[in-house]
Design a protein around this ligand. Structure first.
Ligand code: HEM
Length: 494
């Protein structure tokens, strides 16, 4: 009886102790596994710091607010870069964007030896420039288009372009004297646009040019707009303008085919069409379709006009505010003017004899950072700056931060062309990008800036009237809101 009473009790005790031992064992094994894994977990890269903002819209509203402010859209990046450091994450238009600003990351991403990155613009931009545009094409398609376009940017075409640009500029500068006050940006936009249209399609004057310039401006304004398709929205107007530009190009191409223009017409469009229409061309030579030609003519106007005009405007402002730099520039430019004044045009060789002006151009491009960041897409999971980057994230190389990094540039906010007396550190100057997507028109842009500098400095003295540095709202590239008004007076060379 006693046994019968004791045994069930003993059984219960045994079960209890066994359960306790089991629990302790499970706990100890858990701790052991945690200990073994913990060094691994600590070394696992974390995702970059930053805020994803509100559900769905992320930080889109803050980004749009920056686009619509006098500080310009880069301010969105600047504030976060100060808060989180040289690699941070945000969410815009429903997508994750990472911004990085070290030279090492710029090198890895722009060189893209790993093949883990491709270029990507937001969808609305791709719609405006066209999906056959060099800017939006995927890796292989981009290679094909770039290989065709790069032939257009030869030294011969650069020399011809310099002549054409100089001719237009001299004509335009002539009229400045009567006007007294000049808005540099407006003038630079007109001249660069004319020069680009002449080089691309031989359009020089007339109503066609005026309408084209207005339409290009609409397309540019739409690029940062919210992609809403209502008749009163910027985006819709941009799409309509693109349609008109496309039909103008179609008309020009049809006309050239109908009238079988001589193949010696020296413009980019004709060169691209010859490549297409010439049936004797080897099949190996990759030809562009009509859509590819049209999208890329539009791309080159957008990529070349606004950027160069903005850069010229900043350069005039920086020079107007730095008399010591201007004095040194006068010495160099008047020396060269002894030669150029005896010839009808400035030549490429003349430009090669302007070492100080070249540094002025470079310093202006650094300080203005016209294209403030370069967008890429991560094709695979990878690590950047010690952070984990997921496949499908947008990675933006923050060129402006690199250009203003005090470790790379002493007193980075000072306009000092002589800082380029010594070679720059690798990837510290990326105004035209680097790697397989480097700016195709960089020599053309530099040439326009140098010719502009030469003619302005040797023709006029100028004073910047409004020193306001606010940035134009909704501008795709960093443009001065005032357009830099200057008062000019002709230099008496007698
Ligand atoms: C000061 C003026 C200019 C600046 C600052 C500038 C800057 C840039 C930058 C930074 C890129 C590369 C962006 C990236 O890697 O994502 C680029 C690409 C490009 N630029 Fe320029 N650019 C200028 C003038 C021009 C001109 C005059 C043309 C003439 C047509 C031009 C045509 C292009 C083209 C076609 C691309 C795309 C290249 C590609 O994706 O393969 N640019 N530009």
């Amino acid at each position: 009886m006693l046994n019968s009473l004791l045994w069930p009790h003993a059984n219960t005790c045994l079960c209890f102790y066994a359960a306790v031992v089991l629990c302790v064992l499970v706990f100890l094994i858990g701790q052991l596994v945690k200990m073994l894994l913990s060094p691994y977990q600590e070394s696992m890269p974390q995702i970059p710091p930053g805020s994803q903002g509100l559900p769905l819209i992320g930080e889109t509203l803050q980004f749009m607010a920056a686009i619509n402010s006098a500080k310009g859209f880069y301010d969105f990046v600047r504030i976060r870069s100060l808060r989180y450091g040289n690699c941070f994450k945000t969410s815009i238009f429903g997508q994750t964007h990472v911004f990085v600003s070290s030279t090492e990351s710029a090198k890895a991403i722009l060189n893209n030896d790993s093949g883990k990155f491709t270029k990507r613009y937001i969808k609305s931009i791709a719609e405006l420039v066209g999906d056959q545009s060099l800017l939006c094409a995927s890796h292989q398609h981009h290679k094909l288009i770039r290989s065709r376009l790069i032939n257009l940017f030869s030294t011969t075409s650069l020399s011809l372009f310099i002549q054409q640009f100089d001719k237009l500029l001299v004509k335009s500068l002539h009229t400045w004297e009567n006007e007294g006050t000049i808005i540099v940006l407006d003038q630079a936009l007109k001249i660069t646009f004319k020069a680009m249209c002449k080089m691309l399609m031989s359009i020089e004057d007339g109503q066609e040019l005026v309408i084209l310039q207005q339409d290009i401006a609409h397309v540019c304004e739409a690029m940062l707009a919210f992609p809403l398709r209502f008749p009163w929205t910027r985006f819709y107007k941009g799409l309509k303008a693109r349609k008109r530009i496309m039909s103008t190009l179609e008309k020009i191409m049809a006309e050239r085919r109908r009238c079988s223009l001589p193949n010696n017409q020296q413009d980019f469009l004709q060169h691209l069409m010859i490549g297409n229409d010439d049936k004797s061309c080897s099949e190996q030579v990759s030809r562009l379709t009509d859509s590819e030609i049209k999208d890329n003519i539009l791309t080159m106007i957008i990529a070349g006009q606004d950027t160069t005009a903005s850069a010229i405007t900043w350069m005039v402002k920086f020079l107007g505010e730095n008399q010591n730099v201007l004095d040194r520039l006068y010495a160099e430019q008047f020396h060269i003017a002894d030669k150029t004044s005896k010839r009808p045009f400035v030549t490429l060789e003349d430009l090669n004899e302007m070492p100080y002006a070249s540094k002025v151009v470079k310093e202006s491009l650094r300080l203005a950072s016209i294209v403030p960041w370069f967008p890429r897409l991560s094709l695979d999971e990878c690590e950047i700056e010690g952070f984990k980057i997921m496949k499908g994230w947008n990675i933006n190389i923050d060129a402006k931060s690199i250009h203003l990094d005090p470790i790379l540039y002493e007193e980075p906010n000072t306009f000092n062309p002589s800082r380029f007396d010594d070679d720059s550190k690798p990837y510290s100057f990326v105004a035209f990008g680097m790697g397989g997507r480097t700016c195709l028109g960089m020599n053309m842009a530099r040439a326009m800036m140098l010719v502009f500098l030469h003619r302005l400095v040797t023709t006029y003295k100028w004073k910047v009237i409004d020193s306001d540095s606010s940035i134009e709202k909704w501008a795709l590239f960093s443009r001065l809101r005032t357009g830099c008004p200057i008062h000019v007076s002709r230099i008496n060379t007698n």
